[in-house]
Design a protein around this ligand. Structure first.
Ligand code: SAJ
Length: 411
């Protein structure tokens, strides 16, 4: 076993948008990394040096990590110096609860912790990177490890270090961003700070596990509230026939105003999810955070109503829907407002839908059409995602069309 300042082997639980980039980065920095995933397909893909998600430069990194012999994927954990848990924290099934909204599902964290428990040895470090409700590192991870006989805090160190990387810039931000590290005790914090300082160029900031959990939820809730402001503004401006993007651009010329951009809603597995973790634990003090979530969640329906209104002017409307992903230049459809809008238009038989998503090859629910074909055939062009392929559309291509531009890029 290496000493805590010389950890060499890493076991990363979960090979998704955070786990895979983290595992491959560590492997290219010389650590011996085993990435663990529940999907045989994911494991096989990575062991071939290929990837199953879209993220700039990740393909090159994974290929070189696997070919160097420092990264391999597996269905089962192995013994290691450091265990990093990077599994999803979605909602529980069953829909919104009338008091708090939605309840976090911690079963993936529980399962990953139980799975590594037999492989953990004295001197090891267990890090939870998954975004988690306040208390999870202690109440779930440390508690499970204790129940499996580990002397947590004395012999086995446990900490939370929330991931903060932006999809589309993951490989840059994994290294450059400051990191917040909170151990379940001071020894755990210290060991974890030392570990991250070996590969992070940003500052590694020490705090407690609970504070680190709250910091992460605060970051995403703050962004959600600010986007809700922009989305509310866009609905107000529409009723006044004012261009929202011009309003925001001009207002942002004030030295102390910095409004974000409206869109078709807020998607992804982070900003649309994490604020509910705060509301769930503190329902009586989180009115603003809850309301922002509701404003952003209501925006797709507002877009659908606008498209329906436009479609009502045509006998057999053909509607180009540009984009399904939750944001620009990614292939991720999770919690995507664009996807939700297209589904609603389909269910409402609003017209013939010509759906474009240049970042995925095919989708089991819809046939996908090339953007030039869709725009040419369409009466109505609904821009849902500001993918680079759409931003280049020329005014001449759209001159005869009714345009619903939810991102303000087709000026
Ligand atoms: N959006 C807008 N208007 C804006 C900015 C974003 O409508 O002005 C929408 C996007 O289109 C998208 C959603 O918000 O649907 C979220 O996109 P995003 O780019 O704001 O954030 P994510 O979900 O890709 O990543 C966020 C980041 N958090 C913050 O910026 C505070 C990232 O740093 C986190 O690591 C990530 O959540 C996470 O995993 O928690």
């Amino acid at each position: 076993m290496s000493s805590t300042s010389d950890y060499q082997s890493i076991c990363v639980m979960g090979l998704g948008y955070i786990g895979l980039p983290t595992a491959s980065l560590l492997a290219t920095k010389g650590f011996k990394v085993t990435g663990v995933d529940v999907s045989q397909k994911v494991v096989d893909t990575i062991n071939r040096g290929e990837i199953h998600i879209v993220e700039p430069d990740l393909d090159i990194l994974v290929k070189s990590a696997v070919h160097s012999g420092n990264l391999s994927a597996s269905l089962e954990p192995v013994e290691a110096d450091v265990f990093i848990i990077a599994v999803p924290t979605p909602f529980k099934d069953g829909g919104p609860d009338h008091i708090s909204g939605k309840k976090p599902d911690l079963s993936y964290i529980e399962a990953a912790t139980k799975k590594i428990a037999p492989f953990v040895k004295p001197g090891n470090l267990v890090i939870l990177e998954s975004t988690s409700p306040v208390g999870t590192t202690d109440e779930v991870v440390a508690t499970i490890l204790k129940s499996e006989g580990h002397k947590v805090g004395e012999e086995v160190y446990v900490a939370h270090c929330p991931e903060r990387v932006l999809p589309g810039r993951i490989l840059i931000e994994l290294v450059e961003n400051d990191r917040v590290v909170g151990g379940i005790n001071e020894a755990s914090t210290k060991v974890t700070v030392n570990f991250y300082e070996r590969f992070v160029r940003g500052a590694v900031l020490a705090t407690t596990a609970k504070t680190a959990e709250m910091v992460k939820l605060t970051e995403n809730s703050s962004r959600d509230v600010q986007i809700a402001f922009a989305n509310e503004l866009s609905m107000i401006c529409e009723t006044e026939s004012i261009d929202t993007w011009e309003v925001i651009e001009l207002a942002n010329r004030h030295p102390r105003v910095n409004i974000l951009q409206p869109g078709p809603g807020v998607g992804g597995h982070c900003i649309a999810v994490d604020p509910w973790f705060i509301v769930d634990r503190s329902p009586d003090c989180s009115n603003l955070i809850r309301t922002a979530r509701q404003v952003n969640d209501a925006k797709p329906n507002w877009v659908v109503e606008r498209v329906k209104k436009c479609a009502g002017k045509f006998k057999e409307p053909k509607i180009a829907c540009l984009g399904l992903a939750f944001k620009a230049d990614v292939d991720d459809l999770r919690e995507s407002p664009a996807f939700d809008i297209v589904k609603q238009l389909e269910a409402g038989n609003v017209g013939e839908l010509l759906i474009c998503e240049p970042n995925i090859r095919e989708h089991s629910d819809f046939p996908l059409v090339a953007v030039n074909v869709a725009v040419k055939r369409a009466d109505i062009v609904v821009l849902l995602v500001d993918h680079k392929e759409f931003c280049g559309l020329k005014a001449i291509d759209l001159s005869e069309k009714v345009v619903v531009d939810t991102r303000g890029v087709l000026k």
